[in-house]
Design a binder for this molecule. Sequence first.
Ligand code: RP5
Length: 191
Amino acid sequence: MANKNKPAKPKGKQSKTDSQSSGQPVAQSPSTTPLVAVIMGSQSDWDTMRHADETLTQFGVAHECKVISAHRSPSLASEFASNAENRGFEVIIGAAGGAAHLAGVLAAHTTLPVLGVPMRSEALNGLDSLLATVQMPGGIPVATLAIGKPGAVNAALFAVSILANNRPELREKLHRFREAQEAKIRATVLS
Ligand code: RP5
């Protein structure tokens, strides 16, 4: 069952559960232990990362979305990742743009699988984010997805795949998801 009850406010509308500086959750459920942490470097990443949030919700996976910056809140980043396993998380998604160190920093503080999502940046269209996230030196892995929305969706799907290893109901949902995708393609008629 999905554990996210409230979506984040749009950019620029801060709320008690939506604080960049305090690292309070952007969106979370108080009722179910979250399995996936969706961490992003800035509130400005939320327009992209809401697609990960929506995908996890679609699969009924309990998750927590939160702003943590590797550069602007380094202590919070290490604290969150260090405690993530004890809190019951099984996968962390780390999304950041530019000199995107977030996923790597999170991975440095946990042995949980960390999935990196490079944000499309203004200066270099996300190529900087992609290279910063994907080019981890050997020893601390980050599994890096595509730039932007496809990466956000696929990070969530990848997280579901990992969780599905010991959750047959999630495996079944993944099969049904793929079947629906194929049915849509088969039904496509070009005019
Ligand atoms: C990164 O810098 C964030 O992940 C974001 O993609 C980028 C820009 O952040 P803002 O300046 O919009 O807060 O840390």
